[in-house]
Design a protein around this ligand. Sequence first.
Ligand code: SAM
Length: 249
Amino acid sequence: AGVLYVVATPLGNLSDISSRAVEVLREVELIAAEDTRVSGRLLAHLGLSAGRMLSLHEHNEQARVPDLVLRLSRGATVALVSDAGTPLISDPGFRLVAAARAAGVRVSPVPGPSALIAALSVAGLPTDRFVFEGFLPARGAARRSRLNALAEETRTLVFYESSHRIAACVNDLAAVFGGARHGVIARELTKHFEQVADGCLDALGAWLAADTDHVRGEFVVLVAGAASVSTPDTAAADKVLSVLVDALP
Ligand code: SAM
């Protein structure tokens, strides 16, 4: 029977590929890749042939799905990879996975790097509950309105951001959540210029502005959740309640 393997690839450091990922990439009949040039470089590094690749990106995924699912149903083994990290996480593949599952094809993960989890693992923010918000809207007004909707969120917030918008993004985070809220910027994880900066959002904005190198590369931005109902408020509410209870006949 056919199998669709969803294979995680490195975020930057090529040694982060798992042995099982190499094995699967060596053995499958077809590799569906977000960008065949990027994945071609990875395959070349691993000494594997790049001849079995087919492109599957945002713009052609819908059109490619029926043929791929047909091949899978007829017994083909296919690996899905994206440019970096785990496919489907702010990357193409959702339509293919959904269609393969609907057709009864086995879909099997070959887990590995994802910038989201890598950043959470070093940020020092609570990870028992978190919300992944992916990329915020590119335009300022839409971005601030999205952030306004998240202002009361008590779980740790995680965003992806590009170098073009990192400064504007952190300024808006400070404007909407308040400059005193704690945040973490994880930049170029697993790469040569990896940096993880933390502080209040105002300080992080200043850190970005202090050095043009700080706004280069790829970013995960994490923000502490809004403080849940504070103790004094609860105490006050309890007091009102006890007064009311006492007044009841
Ligand atoms: N599928 C990927 C994953 O599992 O993390 C994410 C793909 S998304 C198109 C690319 C974004 O992920 C970047 O803009 C950045 O926000 C984040 N990212 C990817 N690699 C990173 C790295 N090495 N350091 C920090 N952020 C990274």
